[in-house]
Unconditional design. Sequence first.
Length: 483
Amino acid sequence: MKHCVRMKSIGAVIFALGVQAAWCAPPESGAAIRGTAHDILKQLIEINTTDSIGSTTVAAQAMARRLLDAGFPAADVTVMGPNDRKGNMVARYRGKAGSSLRPMLIIGHLDVVEARREDWSTDPFQLVEKDGFFYGRGTQDMKESDAIVVANFIRLKKEGFVPDRDIILALTADEEGGTSNGVDWLLKNHRDLVDAEFALNPDSGGVATEHGKPMTVEFEATEKLYGDYQLLATNPGGHSSLPRPDNAIYHVADALTVLQKAKFPFELNAVTREYFAQMAKIAPAQTGADMRAILATPPDAAAIERLSQDPRYNSTMRTTCVATMLSGGHAFNALPQRAEANVNCRIFPGHSQEDIRLALVKMFNDPELSVRYRSDSGELSDHGSDRKAMAPPPLRPDVMDSLRSVSAKLWPGVPVIPIMETGASDSIYTMMAGIPSYGISGVAIDRDDVRAHGRDERVKIESYYTGVEFYYQFLKALTSGQH
């Protein structure tokens, strides 16, 4: 569909006659589109946005400048936050004047997890192109998606495209940690800027590939709940020449050994049932049979055990908890007076953070060990939150129709299936605020090459550019008034 800007002729005679002429910006070349998308990704990757020393404000200001330079009014592009380092950018792409449709919101976090140069083969804060990949912290989580949306805002603006509703983009702080989560802060302090009928979050979903072959186009229909817990043992300590059995480090180590071997109960919900039912159709024979077997009543225990060997399937079938940090002792020649570990849990919908804290206490069964809930701000308490993961929102026909139609063009024959995000995302804040949220991304990542939060994070160059094209077509299909 061609979208044109109507403008009056400046010729005196034509003006006098009131004749209108239609003008359409010539379409950008593929090279120009890729160039813009490349430059935005490079700029974002090379701005350090870690919680320790980085600044999301710098990244937010850089993206705001790109939108302003592309012709977005200053009144529609805002950078704000609770402090100098935790800035968020909110931009509004204006839809048709007088539209009765409420805005849609796109959220994307600008912050990234820590990355040390000595751990990587490349500089994590430089965009490095090597062997057909873009390397850099945030190339999978999720600066590539931030860059994709900004690039498409600019592309659509240049074309003169007018959506049937306002599209709001919020690029935010502290999804990966820290005390100033941007989505939460905006909803609490500037709800009018981000209030919407529904939200898209490209931090989840995407195209799952195997050796580069697209297998599924996935969208997040629900997600787990995040929870951190402190395991703490204390002891009077003493001289290391007089060891005693109640060693604080041993208490924590014993608990972690129990955790390593333990598994939370098998569970399914409506989303994960549909996920396994769809995956069973395309999985290898034994895996597909196992997926069908776990859907039976009762589920097959042997099939559950086999599927649990795959981290993705295991996390889709239960709550998971894993040790992520460990510290203890105060001197080489002294018995430890204190030892602690952080246990990070991803909680299956239906259970609260307090439910899981109590489950851990029961699992460890050690009166010398305390298990305390650690809030997002780092505060410790003897009682976890009673909050549970939100129920999946109803699937919107306009979102699903647009997703399926564009996916069929870019990845013909590849099934579109719902997933439960095994991690957690900022969608929890929009969902709690009453804004139905859907995880949709067009970036393809091999199932055995998920490097988010890890060493040498990377994305295939062609996957990134296909993701750019996907969101361009998806946004146009979703906001062209054809539903």
